[in-house]
Design a protein around this ligand. Sequence first.
Ligand code: MRU
Length: 343
Amino acid sequence: MSRLRTLSWDDSAGALVLLDQTRLPDQEVSVSCPDVDSVIDAIQRLVVRGAPALGAAGAYGVVIAVRQGAREGWTHAELLNQIERLRQARPTAVNLAWGVDRASTVIDAGHAAVLAEANAVANDDAEANRRLSELGARWILDHVERRPLRVLTHCNAGALATTEYGTALGVVRSLHAQTPLEMVYADETRPLLQGSRLTAWELHRDGIPCQIQVDGAAASTILRGLVDVVVIGADRIARNGDTANKIGSVGLALACQAAGIPFVVAAPWSTVDLDTVDGSAIPIELRDAAEVTQVGDQCFAPPGVGAFNPAFDVTPAQYIAAIMTERGVLQPDGRTGLDGLLR
Ligand code: MRU
């Protein structure tokens, strides 16, 4: 199985090369981003997406800004302004701002230092995913008895959403390597279908049994006893453990609570935002109504009717059995800060 290249750095072109996730699964094509505007456009159109991948894209975006600034004679203030545009390209995934900030700390040391930092952001993410997936799989095997296991996941928290391996799908991969899974239910994830287009593509490629289901089927699948554990990724985890992830996640958590099965979150520590006290302070991205009312160019809604299109929701910590990070598996209670659980 060839390794997925969600993103890579092309040094001769001075460009970030992205696997265009808007074209999957039909076409595996890359997009080259040589300037700040093209990086922002790729982030906003979800050519690159998923919190950890956004962190790495943001860090490489700073490399691009530094090179473009030198080429076009930007002042330092202009450079900082362009970096801030990058930082704010999508608001919910804290990894984007984190990756931009990490690379920005060394801009005074020059282009090579910024590139080295961006490479470190990407490499650290790959390592974190392997480690958290191993820890997460071990936690699930210790806490869930049934074999073979049946897992449900939402959106795409796989290799495509990270620099490699994945978070929630990393846990799925590690589980499957230890004890073959019976089934992974992949919620299709309306409106942009990250579950059916991307998660099912990754799982199928790896030979892991999976079925796509419409988002509306998930609660029923859980209550019918067809699922042993729900594993999702995260875009931002507040200090108390409240977790933002793709719209539809909180409904899964409530169904797990009713069914008495664990709802778990897998994410690198770069997704934990200790400065955000709880979920009420997490900014939720609102996207274009056309993503809901249209499929491609065809509109399915009555003319003149709008759509409410929040891209994420927040699951309160009380519904989360465990948060799997590379630093350890945390069991939030909504009151003790996550950093407190690590001590
Ligand atoms: O809008 P997206 O596709 O960027 O949303 C992605 C998610 O919600 C993922 O579950 C999350 O970023 C974690 S990715 C490891």
